[in-house]
Design a protein around this ligand. Structure first.
Ligand SMILES: Cc1cc2nc3c(=O)[nH]c(=O)nc-3n(C[C@H](O)[C@H](O)[C@H](O)COP(=O)(O)OP(=O)(O)OC[C@H]3O[C@@H](n4cnc5c(N)ncnc54)[C@H](O)[C@@H]3O)c2cc1C
Length: 415
């Protein structure tokens, strides 16, 4: 078997893997990415948040992505029974980016991977990690290419950005269930010829279909729009027929979408994803760090996936560099605590969404501009800004605010 020696092995060429690889490579270390699939490859997760632009900037990816002309995203629109709640990132409380992109991930991820390769990081496609042995923080990883050829890679550190592949948690039994209930998504890409009938044809829209069920509509700059329904298994079980029949029935049953999507062509047969929430016992170990979806993926509702993937990798990469330079790293404090700060903030918002608390806030008759700015920062991904009470008190503040709104409504009804 061939043996190769490098400083850092990165598993996966998604946003998590490429951001980490670029930052570590720029610090002068020998990095290699192994990627199971051939790019471009499909992956869901098309709506980005402004906070991920900081990680993409540090990785040196923004110019290459700009050249692709992806659809710019400057906010998000929530719709429920004809009521509209608009968020514009330019209005947010935290200083930071006020725009980002809506991207077909196959092309976006390939852009990041091609850019990191141009920077000098080899990306070995169709190469799968099959085993890892640690000896202290040094490791030997066995990878297998598509022709069955095996190579051993000796590395001083591993960044696992393998997404839904969860390589290290699976090899070392680190997975544990998330505290979020299982949900299911049914989605496709549509040829959105009637897009212009909408007031804001290119805007991402989240539609509350019924309690606990919502729809994403993510227009791309190439005329294709991603549409997906998310709900419980029981919700989907009420519908008959194959996935395409079911999705067309669902689209026709939503007044906000029915006309725009009537008879629309699907770019691919609808796909189903379910039970995506998983976490692990630890986000790091001697000689490795987990980043991106491998740490914890919560739920698609607030488009937090790519942002948590890139920010976790940005943070991890800088810690790996310091570790390789000989520093002692307090991984609990500098990595796990930081990451959980962001993940747990989003968790509170995800739970508040499915419990209906955010419906009360988003669709209240009277909107408080100062509060809206602070919630807007969370929706922009600035979930590490502890000056924002909607971040620092994420676990209590939403319920308190919704209760105040409900009491005001009751008081007005009594007058
Ligand atoms: C229904 C749904 C909708 C979503 N919508 C959004 C959204 O709108 N916005 C958003 O930000 N996020 C969204 N997400 C989340 C998003 O999909 C992920 O958070 C994001 O792709 C994570 O990026 P990553 O780099 O960690 O992993 P990935 O993008 O999954 O990349 C991991 C890579 O690792 C490779 N790999 C796996 N196993 C191995 C192995 N053994 N050896 C080598 N390589 C391997 C894979 O082939 C893959 O290319 C959504 C998720 C779901 C389920």
């Amino acid at each position: 078997m061939n043996i190769e020696k490098i400083d850092v092995l990165v598993i996966g060429a998604g946003p998590a893997g490429t951001v980490a690889a670029s930052i570590i490579n720029k610090a002068g270390y020998k990095v290699k990415i192994v990627e199971k699939q051939k790019f471009p490859r499909f992956v869901i997760g098309e709506s980005l948040l402004p906070r991920c632009m900081e990680a993409l900037t540090e990785a040196g990816f923004v110019d290459a992505v700009k050249e692709k002309g992806f659809q710019q995203k400057s906010g998000a629109k929530f719709v429920k029974n004809g009521k509209i709640c608009d968020y514009f990132f330019a209005d947010q409380f935290t200083d930071g980016w006020n725009w980002t992109w809506q991207v077909p991930r196959a092309e976006f991820d390939k852009t990041l991977a091609d850019t990191v390769e141009k920077m000098g990081v080899p990306v070995c496609y169709e190469t799968t990690v099959t085993g890892i042995t640690f000896n202290g923080s040094d490791s030997v990883t066995v990878v297998e290419d598509i022709d069955g050829n095996k190579t051993s890679i000796e590395a001083k550190f591993i960044v696992d950005g393998s997404g839904y592949g969860r390589v290290i948690p699976r090899l070392f039994n680190l997975d544990k269930p998330s505290n979020l209930p299982p949900r299911k998504a049914l989605f496709t890409h549509t040829v959105d010829l009637k897009r212009s009938m909408d007031d804001e044809p290119n805007r991402i829209t989240i539609i509350v279909h019924q309690p606990g069920v919502w729809i994403w509509v993510i227009p791309f700059s190439n005329g294709i729009t991603s549409v997906g329904f998310v709900g419980s298994e029981e919700f989907f079980n009420q519908y008959q027929g194959d996935d395409e029949t079911m999705l067309r029935q669902l689209m026709a049953s939503q007044p906000y979408l029915a006309e725009r999507l009537e008879g629309v062509d699907f770019v691919f047969e609808p796909r189903v994803l379910q039970s995506w929430s998983t976490t692990t016992d630890t986000f790091y170990g001697d000689g490795f760090v987990l980043t991106g979806n491998v740490t914890e993926f919560l739920d698609p509702i607030f488009s937090s996936g790519v942002t948590l993937a890139t920010v976790s990798s940005q943070t991890a990469a800088n810690l790996v560099i310091r570790k390789l330079r000989g520093e002692d790293i307090d991984w609990d404090k500098e990595y796990t605590e930081k990451l959980l700060q962001g993940v747990n903030t989003f968790r509170s918002y995800v739970m508040a969404w499915y419990e209906g608390t955010l419906d009360t806030i988003f669709f209240a008759e009277k909107q408080n501009h100062e509060i809206k700015k602070k919630i807007c920062s969370v929706l922009a991904g600035y979930v590490w800004d502890l000056n924002n009470p909607f971040v620092s008190e994420h676990d209590t503040i939403l319920k308190r605010l919704a209760r105040t709104i409900e009491l005001e409504v009751l008081a007005n009804e009594e007058i």
